[in-house]
Write a protein that binds this ligand. Structure first.
Ligand code: ZN
Ligand code: ZN
Length: 344
């Protein structure tokens, strides 16, 4: 009895020590989710601000669905009776710190905010401030030919003046690691109906991996696996658009469900996700198989934050319940919330 008590006490002390050392790691990134849902709702759509933890500026924006609504919510500015002029001045001050926008792909829910906010560069604090718009070749040519083309919207690479335009296009090529807003950024192709990229963002020797829309993929996980093993991956953000019962729809549209998300995390951990298929073949429900997989891989993710976003609002409750199952199996999953910053 006495020995058991000492053993229990020792376990508690060790657990407290583990928590203390984990929280003692100084954060290097601040991620401000400005839009987190997977379309359908125009006020909360894929948009993320990534900042150096120690410095307010410069900042990177990843995708640009609902930047203005996100900033209003983050700064709690949308109060009854508050003046639009005051709110928009504050929004412009925040956007002034954004040196660059990284676009994952051209789907509208990831870039309509870029279109709507562009006139903010015509006057006020943002006038004369040029934001670099980074993306793959296909993304930039679609912006040029189909969006900022003078018919759908003005060409903000020439407005307000060609010398000091609102935007400048910058192509990111796979295999290169340009410095953007003080970060090293690497683009990695994903699986989606249009060309789409993940961004591996590094400062010093630690990284944040951001996946926008994607179905099951490979390359991104083989790139990130050594970082996970070396404990240099602080967080990975990835999507879970649909519930596992909507797997066919998710596959057809290039998206993930909580069950296929567990399969993707297994690839990152270096465990064959075929366990998922095998369990399916053995008659297990997708989420039962995913739960078993989660139990097997959970230890690989100690100290890493798994940040889930792009959930379709109409599937939200089911997706959230399934993510809870994976969380209960030990995966450190968090569902991102608009305006709620995270430090890691
Ligand atoms: Zn999307
Ligand atoms: Zn998409």
């Amino acid at each position: 009895m006495h020995t058991r008590r000492i053993g229990l006490l020792l376990t508690c002390v060790l657990q407290l020590f583990a928590v203390a050392t984990a929280s003692a790691v100084p954060p290097r990134f601040q991620l401000v989710p400005l839009g987190v849902l997977g379309g359908e709702v125009e006020s909360n759509s894929s948009c993320f601000l990534l900042r150096h933890h120690e410095a307010a500026a410069p900042a990177l924006m990843i995708d640009c669905g609902s930047p203005v609504e996100g900033i209003l919510r983050w700064e709690d500015l949308d109060r009854p009776g508050s003046s639009w002029r005051g709110k928009m001045e504050r929004v412009q001050r925040v956007l002034l710190d954004v040196d660059a926008v990284l676009l994952t792909h051209t789907h509208l829910d990831h870039l309509f905010g870029l279109v709507l906010k562009s006139p903010l560069h015509l006057d006020g604090p943002l006038k004369g401030h040029t934001t670099e718009i980074w993306g793959g070749e296909a993304t930039l040519s679609t912006l040029r030919d189909s969006v900022f083309n003078g018919r759908v919207w003005g060409d903000f690479t020439r407005l307000p003046t060609p010398e000091h335009p609102a935007f400048r296009y910058r192509e990111i090529k796979t295999g290169e690691r340009p410095e953007i807003a003080g970060f090293r950024v690497e683009a990695i192709p994903l699986a989606h109906p249009v060309p789409a990229l993940a961004y591996l963002v590094t400062t010093g020797d630690v990284s944040y991996l951001h996946l926008g829309d994607t179905g099951p993929s490979e390359e991104v996980w083989s790139k990130a696996r050594p970082l996970l093993r070396a404990r240099r991956l602080r967080a990975v953000a990835l999507e879970a658009s649909f519930a596992s019962a909507q797997d066919g729809l998710a596959r057809r549209t290039g998206h993930l469900t909580p069950a296929s998300l567990a399969g993707e995390l297994a690839k990152l951990a270096g465990t064959a996700p075929s366990a998922l298929a095998a369990a399916g073949a053995a008659g297990l429900q997708p989420m039962d198989a995913a739960r078993q997989l989660a139990l097997r891989i959970a230890a690989s993710f100690e100290g890493v934050r798994i940040l889930v976003h792009h959930i379709k609002p109409s599937s939200f409750d089911d997706v959230q319940a399934e993510l809870e199952t994976l969380k209960a199996a030990g995966l450190p999953i968090e569902v991102l919330q608009q305006g709620k910053p995270l430090d890691f």
